[in-house]
Design a binder for this molecule. Structure first.
Ligand SMILES: Nc1ncnc2c1ncn2[C@@H]1O[C@H](COP(=O)(O)OP(=O)(O)OP(=O)(O)O)[C@@H](O)[C@H]1O
Length: 353
């Protein structure tokens, strides 16, 4: 199958400043992908390069068989058949909901246009709001109008830049699930920029992690979570702490959380067979792999603070070497600040330092 979107060795610069280099990935028809990464890592820049607002300094971007950017080509944004939904919705305040959705359909005959607008308003569940104006809608409703407007001309690809960032956490997740459903219904592929990993997990078939000017990993959310490519990706996709480690041999690693055995997950993506005894490692300790309780491998940690979170609690723990780490533990544990508790790390992820 020919990919819908193919980004090959893309390089983006603002003047002399290199923002992104060697970015390569493909998006299949109908696939939804999320781009995740820390603030300023270049997510919006990449989206702008794909939309045609930003030229490439190197590499290429193709949609189906056509080159959009690169190799001397720069197809203008309006000819790319790519829809864009911006963070601030960018609705026309003087147009009603139905007129906003109809905006990109001006070339269609009236009957066809009205039919498509009704279809989209039904899809985003805003039929009763057709004649209202944007200021009369909630943030979530405005976002759904922006989505309907972008989908109306049946773009081949939809780009969404932080589409849920102006909404509260609960609404963000439910809208992310709803947008996924709507895109599926329309069969439109999408690339969604976000810095919220739960939003990315909910919405994406694929997830790309951008950091340090490069695409660190492009994979399914499950694979990314299970086997992050490096410590930077692990920190972005999971709650946990990055520790230093030293390889002791036979699958054992010395860390500030005691001696830990490299679990299957760690070995699966970075086999310890090739490690030299004494080599330096990065060890990622996921919150869920910190196990309180007596054990041969446990070390004594001190509870510094505890914040109640409902079914879990966030602890700040001081390790024997003085470093503090955060750990989210089930509320079945009732450790109080000041107490010393035995703790071990199970199945750490290891990476070469
Ligand atoms: N027009 C511009 N001119 C010069 N530098 C820019 C311009 N736009 C963005 N940058 C810089 O490029 C880098 C990437 O910016 P970009 O907006 O792509 O990041 P982002 O990952 O989308 O960030 P955020 O999550 O905060 O929106 C940043 O260092 C930013 O300061």
């Amino acid at each position: 199958m020919q990919p819908l979107l193919k980004v090959t060795d893309a390089e983006c610069r603002y003047g002399d400043k290199l923002i992104l280099e060697s970015v390569s990935f493909v998006l299949q028809p109908g696939e939804i992908a999320c781009l995740l990464g820390p603030s300023g890592c270049g997510k919006t820049t990449l989206l702008h390069a794909i939309a045609g607002f930003q030229p490439l300094a190197g590499g290429s971007i193709s949609l189906g068989p056509s080159i959009l950017s690169g190799s001397g080509q720069m197809v203008p944004p309006e000819q790319r058949q790519i829809g864009v939904v911006f963070q601030d919705y960018a609705l026309f305040p003087h147009l009603s909901v139905a007129q906003n959705v109809a905006f990109g359909l001006r070339s269609l005959p009236r009957g066809e246009r009205d039919g498509r607008v009704s279809e989209l308003l039904a899809l985003v569940q805003l039929t009763p709001y057709a004649s209202q104006y944007p200021h009369q809608l909630s943030g979530g409703q405005q976002q759904r109008v922006a989505l309907a407007r972008a989908l109306a001309p049946k773009p081949r690809l939809l780009l969404m830049d932080e589409p849920f960032s102006n909404l509260d956490t609960e609404l963000r997740r439910s809208l992310a699930a709803e947008v996924r459903h709507i895109l599926r219904e329309e069969g439109i592929a999408a690339l969604i920029v976000t810095h919220d990993r739960s939003e990315a997990f909910v919405a994406g078939d694929k997830l790309g992690v951008l950091a340090h000017g490069q695409l660190q990993q492009w994979d399914t959310p499950q694979n990314l979570y299970r086997a992050p490519a490096n410590g930077a990706v692990a920190r972005i996709v999971a709650d946990g702490n990055l520790l230093r480690g030293k390889y002791l041999g036979d699958g054992w690693v010395e860390t500030a959380l005691g001696r830990v055995q490299v679990g299957e997950r760690g070995a699966a993506h970075d086999g310890h067979q090739n490690l030299q005894v004494g080599s330096a490692l990065e060890v990622f300790a996921r919150s869920e792999d910190l196990l309180p309780g007596e054990h041969d491998c446990a070390v004594s940690v001190q509870v510094v603070t505890k914040s109640f979170l409902g079914n879990s609690a966030l602890y700040c723990l001081r390790l024997p070497n003085g470093r503090t780490i955060d750990a989210t533990l089930s509320s079945e544990y009732r450790f109080e600040p000041g107490s010393e508790i035995p703790m071990r790390l199970d199945r750490p992820l290891i990476f070469p330092a």
